[in-house]
Design a protein around this ligand. Structure first.
Ligand SMILES: Nc1ncnc2c1ncn2[C@@H]1O[C@H](COP(=O)(O)OP(=O)(O)O)[C@@H](O)[C@H]1O
Ligand SMILES: [Mg+2]
Length: 360
């Protein structure tokens, strides 16, 4: 293997410590590898990464704002600094966006409950008529089932859509009742009307067909294109939702076809690490959601992990931290990238002429 200098980014969740533990063993065996901790939260993070070829970073970003700052840095590292970063941009760009994931499911034909993601009020009304109740409404962002609701009646579904699109709905009312509003504007009621109907700046509605008779979901976490962990999550009592219930079942057997399929998604879409939530209709599974974020201790408590060797899924018994497996996968990526490249990894040069015409 050619030389590779690896930066491990510190994070409050402590993932970096286990990355460093696993890397230290590798560095001892392989003199071409070096690894150091860096503080990617600091202002000078770009300068700090200058001497490295590979960046490994697993923040605990939850929520749309921190996830978007995270994605920005991953994009810069990969595209403009020309470094290998784990996770890569393919893995993270759709994190915290079920809407974005829906596009991938559609393009790649991934089996999923029939889903709607629309930014258009009239379109939402039309699509709703294509569904029988109940349906599952979700916000695009969120975890642990917090933004997931079962809607049993058409009228409630309709009122949710109207609330989300209240500006578009108000415009329609204005068009229909234009003359009436023209009159009330004289007594300044029109701006009151507008204020009452102000909605989200970027309305979007997302819902899925309801998959009945699932006492829980199957969580398959894939790392790279050959490692996977699996466990079941039971629903909360008297609830259809499993995510965030904390009721993990490591004992019920997991269908091999589901594990192999999720590994194949990682491979095809070039994901470094992805957790898939699966529900079943009889023997057929559907991918309800995929997410880059997951809890390492839930993985560690699994009785082992699966490794795809050729076409065969081999079970490796024992307790493993995902960080260990990330490093196994990372090494595979580093080897693939460095193979055939003479010397060290070449850093991409991006310099623009200075205002005075010189080069930086
Ligand atoms: N279409 C669906 N039909 C039935 N149950 C669903 C459906 N979608 C989600 N669920 C249940 O709700 C839970 C949370 O949904 P999910 O989309 O995974 O959101 P979160 O991001 O909060 O984990 C899932 O774990 C599953 O048990
Ligand atoms: Mg989920």
């Amino acid at each position: 293997m050619k030389n590779a200098r690896i930066a491990v980014c510190k994070n409050v969740n402590g993932w970096h410590e286990r990355f460093m533990d696993s890397l230290s063993a590798l560095v001892t065996e392989n003199s071409n590898l070096t690894c150091h901790l860096v503080n990617i939260d600091a202002d000078n993070w770009i300068a700090q990464l200058a001497d490295f070829d590979v960046v490994i970073w697993k923040p605990n970003h939850m929520g749309i704002e921190s996830a978007s700052y995270f994605k920005e840095k991953i994009y810069i590292i990969e595209k403009y600094l020309g470094k290998t970063v784990i996770p890569n941009f393919n893995t993270v760009w759709h994190f915290e966006s079920k809407v974005a994931q829906k596009y991938l499911m559609e393009i790649f034909g991934i089996p999923t409950p029939r889903s709607v993601a629309t930014f258009d009020y009239q379109d939402a009304l039309k699509r709703l008529q294509e569904f029988s109740m109940p349906v599952v409404f979700k916000k695009s962002t969120g975890a642990a089932s917090t933004n997931v609701k079962l809607i049993r009646s058409y009228d409630i579904a309709l009122s949710i859509i109207k609330n989300i699109f209240c500006k578009q709905a108000a415009n329609q009312v204005k068009k229909e009742k234009g003359r009436f509003l023209g009159l009330i504007s004289m007594i300044n009621l029109r701006s009151w009307f507008d204020r009452q109907l102000s909605g989200p700046n970027q309305p979007v509605v997302y819902w899925q067909e309801f998959m009945p008779n699932n006492p829980g979901d199957l969580r398959i976490t894939v790392i790279g294109n050959r490692f996977a962990f699996g466990f079941w999550r039971k629903n909360r009592p008297n609830d259809f939702r499993a995510s965030g219930s904390g009721r993990i079942d490591y004992d019920t057997p997991i269908p091999v076809s589901a594990i192999k399929y999720c590994i194949s998604i990682n491979d095809r879409l070039d994901f470094d690490s992805m957790a898939y939530d699966l529900l079943f209709a009889g023997d057929e599974f559907k991918v309800v959601e995929m997410s880059y974020g997951y809890v390492d201790s839930a993985i560690y408590r699994a009785p082992g992990y699966y490794e795809l060797v050729g076409d065969v899924l081999v079970f490796r018994a024992g307790n493993y931290w995902p960080q260990e497996i990330w490093i196994k996968w990372g090494l595979q990526r580093i080897e693939a990238i460095t193979a055939g490249i003479p010397g060290e990894l070449a850093a991409v040069q991006h310099s623009l002429p200075q205002p005075d015409g010189s080069c930086s």
